[in-house]
Design a protein around this ligand. Structure first.
Ligand code: FAD
Length: 325
């Protein structure tokens, strides 16, 4: 059954987040030949509309207002509900990001609709859309179908392939004027923690350090490996609690949930709370000097050894491969 699907394009620091393109890929499966309408909300976002089209949206609706410069659930839900009211979609897809996690339940509540959150795959074969999502901190997966009403889902970053970017695609961009009123919160400014390099939640490669890294300086070889691989640095809570790195790097049950193509765990024991944040990574490499460490149970490749010897060797080898590539 073909359906019109809205996809919210998430903008950060003036650029669209990759997960928005993945959400279009997911929407394409759900639309079954129906129209994909990108939605952009912000102060000045229409310049990004074309990119949504190049990634598969058929057209884009923008809502621009100075009051939407910073995300607030109040402001964005007013804008999005107005778009939904005018477009009357049968499907709605967001990224499962901090913004998506905040906004989606609110929209679902306002529309009195169900919502499948944190979707990692969609199977559209056989006429029924089957959504897969992790439960119990990633220890099991459940499959869900929607029998009635809006097909509403949030998509976990790095799981569903975006469509190939096509620079020749074009689509209509229209703006909807919405009166944003009675905001309970006005965010004057957002001061971000200075993080170097690639965004952890969208990184394709993560080099993570645990208490075995032993110090702030101990993270340097990990940073170098991450840089050579074009990846990001992450950490266990053990490393964060020991003040070796900032809590913004924490991966796990009470940290970030990540699904990179490659996760290299260095000096991390593999506690269940850490696995909750990374066990769905596509390939896991563990470096630990204890052959009995639990991390090896989830690792695809294990290296028993001292991370301070192994990590620099890996960095050198990857550098050579890059030069010869
Ligand atoms: P350790 O368990 O101390 O492991 C260090 C490892 O490094 C060991 O396996 C050791 O063999 C190895 N090692 C030491 N030196 C070297 C070396 N030179 N070379 C190679 N290997 C070496 N943890 C998280 O990570 N994320 C969470 O979100 C999280 N949430 C939690 C929530 C709750 C409610 C609770 C109770 C705990 C949570 N934890 C979380 C903590 C978790 O239980 C573990 O304590 C923590 O993950 C341990 O961190 P670690 O593996 O770095 O340290």
């Amino acid at each position: 059954m073909s359906r019109k699907v809205l996809v919210l394009g998430e903008v950060r620091d003036g650029s669209l987040r990759n997960v928005s393109f993945e959400a279009i890929g997911a929407a394409k499966l759900a639309a079954d030949g129906g129209e994909i309408v990108g939605v952009l909300i912000g102060e000045s976002v229409s310049g990004l509309a074309n990119e949504l089209v190049q990634y598969g949206a058929d057209r884009v609706v923008t809502v621009e207002d100075a009051k939407l410069k910073q995300y607030t659930s109040d402001g964005f839900s007013q804008a999005l509900l107005a778009v939904i009211d005018s477009e009357k979609p049968e499907g709605l897809f967001f990224g499962h990001t901090a913004l998506g996690k905040d906004l989606a339940p609110r929209i679902a509540g306002k529309l009195n609709s169900g919502l499948i959150s944190d979707v990692t795959s969609i199977d559209a074969a056989g006429g029924n859309l089957v959504f897969t999502r992790p439960i119990y901190s990633g220890k099991a997966f459940e499959k869900k179908i929607i029998t009635d009403g809006l097909v509403f889902a949030t998509i976990r970053p790095n799981n569903i392939e975006p469509l190939q970017k096509d620079g020749s695609r074009s689509g209509d961009v229209s703006s909807l004027s919405v009166e944003i009123k009675d905001l309970r919160t006005i965010i004057k400014d957002v001061v971000r923690k200075a993080t170097e390099g690639v965004d952890l939640s969208e990184a394709k490669v993560i080099v993570a350090g645990g208490r075995g890294v032993k110090s702030v300086e101990g993270f340097e070889p990990l940073k170098e490996l991450a840089q050579v691989l074009g990846g990001a640095v992450g950490a266990s809570r053990g490393a964060c609690d020991a003040d070796y790195c900032d809590y913004s790097l924490q991966i796990g049950q009470t940290g970030k949930v990540v699904t990179p193509d490659l996760y290299i765990a260095c000096g991390i024991s593999g506690a269940i709370q850490h696995l909750a944040g990374m066990s769905n990574s596509k390939v896991i490499v563990a470096i630990n000097k204890d052959p009995e460490a639990s991390i090896f149970k989830v690792a695809d490749y294990g290296i028993v050894g001292d991370l301070f010897e192994v990590v620099p060797l890996l960095t050198e080898e990857f550098k050579k491969l890059k030069v010869n590539a």
